[in-house]
Design a protein around this ligand. Structure first.
Ligand code: AMP
Ligand code: MG
Length: 530
C-alpha cells in the first residue's frame, strides 16, 4: 500500500506553529499538526472494497498489518504528516466560535488516477480543537457513519465516503440518553474519504477574526483545486471579485443539488450546522441522522433538536439557504460588495422550487410535465402526512400502480397501497375518500404520459429506492456487531450497493419499521452522544 501524496491543503495554507496537543484557540492557521492516538488492540469490522478500489488499494492489501495500522491511527502515511483542521460554525442558529476537527485527524491527501482524496480518521483522539471532549467515537455511531456514507453514495446522493470501520480495543464512556447514566462502550475509528473536508465553517472562522489574508488564501486554494471549472485557467493571474462570486454561485448550486437529493430519498441530516456543511456540497458528518419512515415533514431524529425542530425534514432547504447566507457573509469580506451574493441567495428559492418540482414529478412518473402537476404533488404530500404512510414503500409501490388494479376495494392495488400504511385500518371514511379521489386524478393525469406503464415504472424505479438504511436496520447491525457478529453490517452493505434493484431475496428489508422500533433509542430518536 503505497500512496502518491498530494498534500495541497497543508502545502498551500498556514500551519499552527504550536505543536502541543492541548485544547486552545488557534489563530492565523488553517490547521494544526497532530498525531492520531495509537489504538490498544485494533480489529477490522468492515472495509468498503469499493472505496478501497477508488483509492487504488488492492484487495490483497485489505487484510495487511499496514492497512490495519494506518486506518486505525497506529501509523502515519509515508511522506505525509497528519493534521486537524481549524473551523468555526453556526450551531442551531448562533455563532459558536472556533470548533475545528475535535475528533477527526486527516492522515493526508493522496492521489490515484486523476483524482485526489483526503483520508480522515474519525474518533482517533484529542486535537487542539477537542474543547475538553475525548476525541473518540463509539462503535454504534461509527457503524452508522460507515454504512450510511456508502449507502448514500449508491443512492446517487453527493457524500463523503467511508473506507473502513475498525475497533480500537479501547473503551469509551458515553451517556447516551443524557440522563446521568454514562456507560462504557466499544471505541471505533472510521476512515472517511472525500476530495476535501473543507466546510463553510473554515471560511467563517477567518472572516470572524478579520483575518482576510487567510480567508483569501483558503478561498483561492478551494477554487483552484475544487472549482476550477468556474474560471478560465488561461486568463488567470490573480483571482478577481467575479471569481469569488462565481465560486459562491457554484457552492449554492451544489448545496441545492445535495438537499434536493435528501428530499428525494427521505434523508434527514439532523445537525445542519454550518460546520457540518461541506464546501463541495457533499453530505458530511453522519451523526443523529435518520430516514423518514412515516412521511412527516416535521420529523427530526435528533433529540437535541426536539423542542424547535430546526433541522426537521421539511426545513432542510430553508436551512441550506440560511447556511449559504452565513457563508456569503464571510466571503463578502473579499469583495466588499454584498449585492451579487444577495442575488444568488434570492435565486436559490426559485431554483429550489423548480428543482423540487421536477424531482417530485420524476418520483410520481409525471415525465411529460404538465401545468397542474404541482397540485397533484401537493395533494399527495398532504395525504401522506395525514395518513402515516411509509415514504419509501409508498413511492416504490407507486411505480407499479395501474388503473385496472384499483376498480373495487378488494383489488390488488388497494391491498398494496394499504401495505404502506402504518395502520392499514386507517383506510376508512374520509381517508378512503381522499385517497380514492387522489388516485382517480393520478390515473387521469397519467394518460398524458407518452410512454408505456412498464417503461414509466422502470424510470420511476431509478429515483425511488427500494432499500434505504432505515434506522432500525442500522440498529440491528449495531446490536449484532456489539456482540462480535459483523454479518449484518456486511449484509446491509451489499444490499445497499444496489438500492434501486429489486433484490427480491432481500424483501425482508423492504418493510415498514417494526413496532419495537417505534420509540426505541437509536431507531426513532438519536442523541448527539456518539
Ligand atoms: P458535531 O456537531 O458532532 O459535528 O460536532 C461539533 C464539534 O464538536 C466539532 O468541532 C467536533 O469535532 C466536536 N466534537 C464532537 N464530538 C467530539 C468528541 N467526542 N471529542 C472531541 N470533539 C468532539
Ligand atoms: Mg461536525
Amino acid at each position: 500500500m503505497k500512496f502518491e501524496i498530494a498534500n495541497t491543503f497543508t502545502d498551500e495554507l498556514p500551519a499552527d506553529p504550536d505543536l502541543t496537543n492541548t485544547p486552545r484557540q488557534v489563530e492565523a492557521a488553517a490547521y494544526s499538526f497532530v498525531e492520531p492516538r495509537k489504538p490498544t488492540d485494533p480489529k477490522i469490522v468492515h472495509v468498503s472494497s469499493e472505496a478501497a478500489e477508488m483509492l487504488g488499494i488492492g484487495i490483497g492489501e485489505l487484510n495487511s498489518e499496514n492497512f490495519l495500522n494506518t486506518f486505525s491511527g497506529g501509523r502515519q502515511i509515508e511522506n505525509s504528516k497528519s493534521y486537524a483542521m481549524c473551523y468555526g460554525g453556526h450551531q442551531f442558529g448562533s455563532w459558536a466560535g472556533q470548533l475545528g476537527d475535535g475528533r477527526a485527524i486527516n492522515l493526508g491527501q493522496v492521489s490515484f488516477k486523476d483524482d485526489s482524496y483526503a483520508l480522515q480518521l474519525k474518533g482517533s483522539g484529542q486535537t487542539p480543537y477537542s474543547r475538553g471532549a475525548d476525541g473518540l467515537a463509539v462503535l454504534r455511531s461509527s457503524v452508522r457513519e460507515h454504512l450510511c456514507s456508502e449507502a448514500m453514495f449508491h443512492l446517487g446522493v453527493p457524500t463523503t465516503r467511508s473506507l473502513s470501520l475498525i475497533l480500537t480495543g479501547d473503551d469509551v464512556l458515553r451517556d447516551i440518553s443524557y440522563d446521568g447514566n454514562p456507560a462504557y462502550e466499544k471505541g471505533a475509528v472510521v476512515c472517511r474519504v472525500a476530495p476535501s473536508f473543507i466546510r463553510f465553517g473554515n471560511f467563517e472562522i477567518f472572516a470572524s477574526r478579520g483575518d482576510i489574508d487567510n480567508l483569501r488564501a483558503l478561498t483561492n486554494h478551494t477554487i483552484k483545486h475544487y472549482f476550477s471549472d468556474t474560471y478560465a485557467a488561461s486568463n488567470l493571474i490573480e483571482f478577481t471579485k467575479q471569481n469569488y462570486i462565481d465560486f459562491f454561485r457554484e457552492v449554492a448550486k451544489r448545496t441545492l443539488t445535495m438537499v434536493i437529493h435528501w428530499q428525494r430519498v427521505g434523508f434527514v441530516h439532523g445537525v445542519m450546522n454550518t460546520d457540518n456543511m461541506s464546501i463541495l456540497g457533499l453530505t458530511i458528518d453522519y451523526g443523529p441522522y435518520g430516514w423518514l419512515e412515516p412521511y412527516d415533514s416535521g420529523w427530526t431524529p435528533n433529540t437535541t433538536d426536539r423542542q424547535y425542530k430546526r433541522y426537521r425534514f421539511g426545513n432542510q432547504p430553508q436551512v441550506a439557504l440560511w447556511n449559504l447566507l452565513q457563508l456569503a457573509n464571510a466571503l463578502v469580506s473579499l469583495t466588499e460588495d454584498p449585492e451579487p451574493f444577495e442575488e444568488i441567495l434570492s435565486e436559490f428559492g426559485a431554483g429550489f422550487k423548480n428543482r423540487y418540482q421536477t424531482m417530485m414529478q420524476n418520483k410520481l412518473g409525471l415525465f411529460n410535465f404538465q401545468k397542474n402537476d404541482d397540485v397533484i404533488i401537493e395533494d399527495l404530500l398532504e395525504l401522506l402526512e395525514t395518513t402515516e404512510v411509509d415514504m419509501t414503500i409508498f413511492f416504490r409501490s407507486l411505480s407499479g400502480f395501474i388503473k385496472q388494479d384499483f376498480e373495487t376495494e378488494t383489488d390488488s392495488g388497494f391491498v398494496e397501497l394499504k401495505q404502506s400504511f402504518y395502520d392499514p385500518n386507517a383506510f376508512e371514511g374520509d381517508v378512503k375518500v381522499a385517497w380514492k379521489q387522489w388516485l382517480d386524478n393520478y390515473f387521469i393525469r397519467l394518460e398524458a404520459e407518452k410512454i408505456s406503464d412498464a417503461e414509466r415504472s422502470d424510470r420511476m424505479n431509478l429515483v425511488n429506492p427500494k432499500y434505504v438504511l432505515r434506522n432500525y436496520m442500522a440498529q440491528l447491525a449495531i446490536d449484532a456487531a456489539d456482540g462480535g457478529d459483523y454479518s449484518v453490517i456486511e449484509e446491509l452493505y451489499e444490499l445497499l450497493k444496489h438500492p434501486y434493484s429489486e433484490q427480491n431475496e432481500s424483501n425482508k428489508w423492504f418493510a415498514k419499521r417494526p413496532e419495537w422500533a417505534r420509540n426505541k433509542v437509536g431507531c426513532s430518536m438519536l442523541s448527539c452522544s456518539s
